[in-house]
Design a protein around this ligand. Structure first.
Ligand code: ATP
Length: 252
């Protein structure tokens, strides 16, 4: 692992209790600041990969290092500290509907406060200012005091991106962030995600169904089929034809 690597996935296998291999001896490294699209058919193992990287589930074999730390060894407080540095963005946005945009964005800081303070909404002035800046970044400042459930899908995802910025994450995992959005809105959300990477220098891994979006926005494309890594190339050197190998059977 070189100093510039933030993530190292080393011969990782995930065997589910029903005998299905969600991941099958998968290895790759990610450099700090990279924007990587992970693509593959439904059931290929993309979500399993993300759940393994953020320790939502344990792997069966192999190792995952983040910033040089073997994450399988983390427990209790160390695990909580690790999690607050992993930004998660979901297809379903995961905002709290009845709360304002401001409160949703501030909740990105919960890992940095004792629980009682977050329940009472006692966030620092610095964090409130940071929330304003984060919302400004994604062009959502005008909605600061609106309820989350009054927003469109694209606006909700922008707020989720602003919430992730609040975490000052080492690594952002975006799991199908545009799957429920129309093509035009998807482009806008992908631009905001890319900005997170360019302006904040965050490392971003994004699961995508759309090859076009992967080619347009990612630095590098990783393809998974049947839990195995079948493609790993710079986007600039990949063509739609190349990417067929991710979707068509092979002998592997
Ligand atoms: N909790 C589980 N128990 C058993 N099998 C599972 C579990 N989660 C996923 N799998 C299986 O592991 C394989 C990989 O699933 P995964 O959800 O990681 O794929 P995916 O590429 O994210 O698919 P999608 O694009 O549909 O979300 C699939 O065969 C799936 O059925």
């Amino acid at each position: 692992m070189s100093d510039s690597d933030i993530l190292q996935v080393n011969h990782v296998t995930k065997l589910y209790p029903n005998g299905i291999k969600g991941l099958d001896d998968i290895s790759f490294n990610v450099k700090r600041g990279e924007f990587i699209a992970v693509v593959g058919l439904s059931g290929a193992g993309k979500s399993t990969l993300f759940r393994s990287i953020n320790r939502m589930q344990d792997i069966t074999n192999g190792e995952i290092f983040i910033n040089g730390t073997d994450i399988s060894k983390l427990k209790g407080k160390e695990l909580r500290h690790f999690r607050r540095k992993i930004g998660m963005i979901f297809q379903s946005f995961n905002l709290v509907n009845r709360l304002t945009v401001q409160k949703n964005v501030l909740s990105g800081r919960v890992g940095y406060y004792p629980t009682w303070k977050t329940i009472l909404g006692l966030y620092s002035k610095e964090d409130k200012e940071k929330a304003v800046r984060s919302l400004d970044h994604v062009n959502m400042l005008k909605k600061l005091y609106d309820r989350a459930d009054s927003l469109s899908g694209g606006q909700m995802q922008r707020v989720a991106i602003a919430r992730t910025m609040m975490q000052e994450p080492d690594l952002v995992l975006a799991d199908e962030p545009v799957a429920s959005l129309d093509p035009k809105t998807s482009e806008g959300v992908m631009k905001d995600l890319r900005n997170l990477n360019v302006k904040d220098h965050d490392t971003v891994l994004v699961n995508l169904h759309s090859i076009d979006l992967a080619l347009e926005f990612a630095d590098r494309i990783i393809g998974i089929r049947d839990g195995k890594l079948v493609f790993d190339k710079a986007a600039a050197q990949s063509t739609p034809d190349d990417l067929k190998e991710i979707y068509e059977g092979g002998n592997s």
